[in-house]
Design a binder for this molecule. Structure first.
Ligand SMILES: [Zn+2]
Length: 90
């Protein structure tokens, strides 16, 4: 059984993963444990080769348009959060 109260976030973009549809898929069609369906599909990153800075820019755009955050706030959050995630740690 999955513990639904445990907070899981995508280890690439920090999006909260709540429902099983939120998770990406492995190449055997099982669900990824770490990544969302925007970032990860069929065992690969959908944006493979992107740099951390490019990912920050992408998230800043989303945070401004979808969440209405200011650019400064969005950028600070993305720059603080992303380097702690598995995908960007090395
Ligand atoms: Zn993601």
């Amino acid at each position: 059984m999955e513990d639904l109260n445990k907070r899981i976030i995508c280890q690439s973009c920090a999006m909260p993963l709540k429902k099983s549809e939120d998770f990406g898929t492995e190449n055997d069609e099982s669900k990824s444990k770490d990544f969302c369906h925007f970032c990860y599909k069929d065992g690969k990153f959908t944006d493979e080769g992107i740099t951390l800075n490019e990912k920050v820019d992408q998230l800043v755009d989303i945070a401004i348009s979808k969440l209405g955050l200011s650019e400064d706030l969005a950028r600070t959050m993305a720059k603080t959060k992303l380097p702690t995630l598995k995908r960007w740690k090395n």
